[in-house]
Design a protein around this ligand. Structure first.
Ligand code: TXA
Ligand code: MG
Length: 344
């Protein structure tokens, strides 16, 4: 398939181009587009065949449901049975923005989108290009992250072009993603609001609005073979570069001593390190992800891909937990490493 690469400037959006891209979606095609979190791979949420093609293009397991994206809060009401007062509070506080809310679905949303579940994941993105695309399509857009299944999510158009060229109709070549890691997924379909995936909105921010918010146990632990987690995506290997990743977690001074030992033990391999700030190591590639976990979150997926671009065999990742973005970074690092974690 010949994939159109269409440059769009968010400060000066070309209306004709967006109309053309919107038509591809409404006619049943696939278009990758930027959001404030990561790039998405979009299809008309009301067209089952188009939605099924998303799974094929990504190599995504059939039982992993998709998020449906809307251009405004009012349109979301069509897709759900009812909206509790608590859910309304979330819409008001965090939309447009990096929060995905799970509610009981209406008949308008098919089970191809929800992978057979009777709930649907809803999001109103803030990104201008994403909103204009949804508006131009005239339908909600079902979209997972625009990476090949299992790979780190794409935070620049270059990542999408590398994973999706030849597999989909068009890729919007636009700005880098502001948040750099996916939306927070919160389940509002049960008694107690529950975070199923930490992301762009923190637990603390959600607590301020809702009072009580649980964190699903599977966020940091491996899913056993016979378990059916609430968020089907938790079952699968995620965010993994080709390089083998090990997380070294704890007090930074001890973390750095431990990584130095590990570097000595692995001299024969091509070794990379992810650091906070520009700490020096004797390794083949050392990448600074920023000074705190917010910056770590923004840069992590890009950094993971950079190790593969440089043929690194093993990566040691510094990690120090804190509130705020710490949980989201920890979740992505644990998944990327297949839960290979050394606590110091
Ligand atoms: O930031 C984001 O959320 C990006 C952008 C493109 O919006 N999208 C994204 O989609 O990360 P995806 O498909 O890579 O991750 C969606 C996650 C999956 O883990 C999926 O299992 C979960 O949301 N999910 C979707 N619908 C669900 C539902 N009804 N119940 C529970 N989990 C659901
Ligand atoms: Mg994804």
């Amino acid at each position: 398939m010949n994939t159109k690469i269409v440059k769009i400037d968010k400060e000066n959006i070309d209306k004709d181009q967006i109309r053309m891209l919107g038509r591809i979606i409404s006619d049943g095609g696939l278009v990758a587009f930027p959001t404030e979190t990561v790039y998405g791979l979009g299809a008309n949420a009301y067209n089952d065949e188009a939605v099924a093609n998303i799974y094929k293009a990504k190599g995504r397991p059939q039982d992993n449901p998709l998020i449906v994206h809307f251009c405004d809060v009012e349109s979301v009401y069509d897709a759900v049975c009812e909206v509790s007062d608590k859910a309304k509070k979330l819409f008001f506080a965090f939309w447009p923005g990096p929060l995905t809310v799970i509610l009981k679905k209406s008949d308008k949303i098919s089970k191809t989108v929800t992978a057979g579940l009777d709930t649907v994941a809803l999001r109103v993105p803030e990104d201008k290009v994403a909103c204009e695309l949804i508006r131009a399509a005239g339908v909600p857009i079902a979209a997972p992250s625009a990476n090949l299944s299992g790979k780190p999510s794409p935070t620049t158009a270059r990542h999408v072009i590398s994973d999706m060229s030849g597999r989909i109709d068009a890729i919007i070549d636009a700005h880098d993603c502001k948040v750099g890691l996916e939306s927070t997924v919160i389940d509002m379909s049960g008694e107690i609001p529950t975070i199923l995936r930490p992301g762009g909105i923190t637990h603390e921010e959600l607590l301020k609005v809702l009072g009580e918010v649980k964190i699903d146990e599977h966020i940091l632990k491996e899913v056993e073979k016979n378990e059916a987690p609430k968020c089907p995506g938790m079952k699968y290997k995620h965010y993994a570069p080709d390089a083998d990743v090990t997380v070294v977690e704890g007090d930074l001074e001890k973390v750095r001593e431990k990584i130095k030992d590990l570097l000595c033990e692995n001299k024969k391999k091509r070794v990379g390190v992810i650091t906070y700030g520009d700490y020096k190591y004797d390794a083949d590639l050392v990448i600074n992800t920023g000074k705190n976990n917010k910056e770590y979150a923004k840069n992590l997926f890009r950094v993971l891909r950079e190790f593969d671009e440089n043929n690194i065999d093993i990566v040691f990742a510094e990690f120090k937990f804190d509130i705020g973005y710490g949980l989201a970074v920890k979740n992505r690092l644990y998944k990327a490493s297949g839960n290979k974690v050394i606590l110091v």
